[in-house]
Design a protein around this ligand. Structure first.
Ligand SMILES: Nc1nc2c(ncn2[C@@H]2O[C@H](COP(=O)(O)OP(=O)(O)O)[C@@H](O)[C@H]2O)c(=O)[nH]1
Ligand SMILES: [Mg+2]
Length: 530
C-alpha cells in the first residue's frame, strides 16, 4: 500500500471539512480549520528545525532540567513561585528567529550549531496561579513539535496533567515524552515502582507507547541520555511531520465523534416505488391515459364508424384537446398542459412519500446533517410538482399515427353506403313506375332477392356489421395506445423525480460517505516516523 503523505492527509481533512461545513457543529470544524492553517504556517517556517518544549506543573523541575540539558544556568529556578514567567528558548544554530517570533518566544539563547536544528523551550507552569502563564503553556502545547512532560515523584499522578493534557492528546503519543525528574529524592526501587505505576497511568491515558525517562536535574543522573535522545529526535527532522500527522488525526477523530460514526442509509426500493406511485397520480397519468383512449376511439369512429351515425362522434369534444395535448409541442421545456394539476391530497402524498424516502435514507446521520439534507431535498418539492406537468406535456402521444386499415375500411364503408343508396334510388324508381301504372321492368334477382333490395339490405347490414367489428378492434388499439402512452408518461415522471429529487438525495448521501471515507483515510493512515 502506498503510504499517504502529510499533504494527502491534509487534503483529505480539508475535503471532510468542506463537506461537513454547516452540517456538523461548528466547534470541531473550526478547530480542524485552525489545525490545517497552523500546519501550513509551521511547514513554511524553518521546516528543518524541531521545537521541543518542557511542560509540567509547578516545581517539577522544568527550568532545572532545561539548564541541565543546555549545560548552563540560563533559566531561573526556584522553590517558591512564581518562577518562569515567559518561555525561554535555547536554539542550536542560527535561523530559528522567525520561527521563535511566530511562537512568540522573545527570550532566546544561541547554542553552537550541532546540525540537529533543536530549539528547546522552558515554559511557564501549566498549573500556574497566573492565568497568563497557564495560557502560554496551553498555547505552546498546540504549536511545538515535541512535548516533554516533566513530572516528579510526588505529583506524577496529578489529574491536571493526565486529564487536561495527556488524555486529549492521546493521538500525539509519538511526539510526547514523559520524564520523571527528581529521581534522587527517592530510592532506586521506588523509582522503578513509580515508573511502573506511571506506565500504567499513561496506558490509561491512551499513551501506552510513549517514551519514558527517569532523571535528576540536580545530580545529573540520566540527563546525558535524555540530552542525546532529544538531539537525536531533532536531528531526524521527523518530529514536525509526526506532530502535524497527530494533529490531523486528532481533528479527524473529533469530526468523526461529532458525526457519530454512522454510515449513510439507503434509498429503499419500497420507498422509491411509493414516491413514484404518488407522483404518477399527481401527474394525472390515469386521466391522461383515459383521454388518449377516448381520443383514439373518437378519431377512429370518424374513419371506420358506420356512416349513418358517424356525425354523433363530432358532438363530443376530443378529450386530448381539452387537456391541450392534441398537438405536438415545439419547446417541451415550456409546454403546459391544461390538466387540473394535483389535488392537495395528491401533492401531500408526494410530499409525504418524499419525506419518507429522505428520512429512511438519512436516519443514522448526525442530526444537523440529516435536517440539512431534508431541507435541501424537500424544498425542491413544489418545483418538482410543477415539473411533472412539463414532463406530461413532453411525451409522444402518437397523435398523427393512423392505422392503415382505417382508410381501407373508410373506403369500404363509402362503397357500402353508396350501394345502399343506389339500391334505395332503384327501389324508389320502381315504386314511382308502379304508382304511375307503368309496366314493371324486369328486375334482376340475386338468388331469391331483387337486386335493389339486396343492395339496401347488404349495404346497410354489412356496413353496420363491419363498423361493429372495426370498433371492437379500435377499442383494442385504443387500450394498447393508452398503455404505451401511460408507460411513456411513467418514464417521463420517473426521470423528473430522479433528476430533481432522488438524484440530489443520492448526491447528498454520497457526499456524506465521501466525508466518512476522507476521515477514515486520515485515521487509518499508518505513518511511521522512526
Ligand atoms: N532534589 C531535586 N530537586 C530538584 C530537581 N530539579 C529541580 N529541583 C528543585 O525543585 C525546585 C523547582 O525547580 P524549577 O526548576 O524551578 O521547577 P519548575 O517550576 O518546574 O521550573 C527548585 O528548588 C529546584 O532546585 C531534582 O532533580 N532533584
Ligand atoms: Mg520554571
Amino acid at each position: 500500500m502506498k503510504q499517504a503523505t502529510l499533504a494527502d492527509e491534509a487534503a483529505a481533512l480539508t475535503r471532510a471539512i468542506d463537506l461537513a461545513d454547516g452540517r456538523l457543529s461548528d466547534g470541531p470544524i473550526t478547530a480542524a480549520r485552525q489545525t490545517l492553517q497552523k500546519i501550513g504556517v509551521r511547514s513554511e517556517l524553518a521546516p528543518d528545525r524541531t521545537v521541543v518544549a518542557l511542560m509540567g506543573a509547578t516545581g517539577s523541575g522544568k527550568s532545572s532540567l532545561f539548564n541541565a540539558l543546555v549545560g548552563e544556568q540560563l533559566a531561573r529556578t526556584a522553590a517558591t513561585r512564581p518562577t518562569t514567567r515567559r518561555p525561554l528558548a535555547a536554539s542550536w544554530g542560527e535561523g530559528a528567529s522567525e520561527l521563535l517570533d511566530w511562537l512568540d518566544v522573545p527570550e532566546r539563547t544561541l547554542r553552537p550549531d550541532d546540525g540537529s536544528g533543536l530549539v528547546l523551550l522552558d515554559l511557564p507552569d501549566i498549573d500556574s496561579t497566573e492565568l497568563d502563564h497557564r495560557e502560554i503553556a496551553h498555547r505552546m502545547a498546540e504549536v511545538v513539535d515535541v512535548l516533554v512532560w516533566v513530572l516528579d515523584p510526588q505529583k506524577y499522578a496529578d489529574a491536571v496533567v493526565h486529564q487536561q493534557y495527556l488524555q486529549p492528546m492521546a493521538a500525539h503519543a509519538e511526539v510526547t515524552m514523559v520524564v520523571l525528574n527528581q529521581a534522587d529524592r527517592v530510592s532506586e526501587a521506588e523509582v522503578a515502582s513509580i515508573m511502573r505505576d506511571l506506565r500504567r497511568l499513561l496506558a490509561a491515558d491512551g499513551m501506552e507507547s510513549v517514551e519514558m525517562h527517569a532523571v535528576s536535574a540536580l545530580t545529573g543522573a540520566g540527563v546525558d541520555d535524555l540530552r542525546t535522545r532529544v538531539h537525536a529526535i531533532a536531528a531526524s527532522k521527523k518530529a514536525r511531520l509526526a506532530r502535524a500527522h497527530a494533529d490531523l488525526v486528532r481533528a479527524a477523530r473529533h469530526l468523526d465523534a461529532a458525526a457519530g460514526g454512522a454510515a449513510a442509509g439507503e434509498i429503499t426500493a419500497q420507498n422509491h416505488t411509493r414516491l413514484l406511485e404518488a407522483s404518477f397520480r399527481a401527474a394525472g397519468i390515469p386521466a391522461v391515459a383515459a383521454a388518449v383512449r377516448g381520443s383514439h376511439i373518437r378519431r377512429a369512429r370518424a374513419s371506420v364508424g358506420w356512416p349513418p351515425i358517424r356525425w354523433v362522434a363530432r358532438f363530443r369534444p376530443d378529450p386530448l384537446r381539452r387537456l391541450h395535448l392534441d398537438r405536438a409541442v415545439s419547446t417541451p421545456a415550456l409546454a403546459r398542459t391544461s390538466l387540473p394539476g394535483p389535488t392537495p391530497v395528491q401533492e401531500a402524498a408526494v410530499r409525504a412519500s418524499a419525506h419518507a424516502l429522505v428520512a429512511g435514507a438519512t436516519r443514522e446521520l448526525p442530526d444537523m446533517w440529516r435536517s440539512a439534507i431534508q431541507q435541501e431535498v424537500e424544498s425542491r418539492i413544489p418545483a418538482v410538482v410543477s415539473a411533472l406537468d412539463t414532463a406530461v406535456a413532453g411525451v409522444d402521444y402518437e397523435r398523427d399515427r393512423t392505422p392503415w386499415w382505417w382508410k381501407l375500411m373508410g373506403v369500404l364503408q363509402i362503397l357500402l353506403i353508396t350501394a345502399a343508396v343506389v339500391g334505395a334510388v332503384w327501389l324508389g324508381g320502381l315504386y314511382v313506375m308502379d304508382y304511375l301504372r307503368m309496366p314493371p321492368p324486369v328486375t334482376p334477382m340475386l338468388w331469391e332477392v331483387p337486386w335493389p333490395s339486396a343492395l339496401i339490405i347488404g349495404g346497410l347490414g354489412i356496413g353496420a356489421l363491419l363498423a361493429l367489428l372495426s370498433m371492437a378492434f379500435v377499442r383494442l388499439g385504443a387500450s394498447r395506445r393508452a398503455g404505451r402512452v401511460a408507460r411513456r408518461l411513467r418514464e417521463a415522471v420517473a426521470r423528473t423525480i430522479e433528476r430533481q429529487l432522488v438524484g440530489p438525495l443520492r448526491t447528498e448521501l454520497t457526499d456524506y460517505e465521501y466525508f466518512r471515507e476522507s476521515l477514515a483515510s486520515v485515521l487509518q493512515s499508518n505513518r511511521r516516523f522512526e
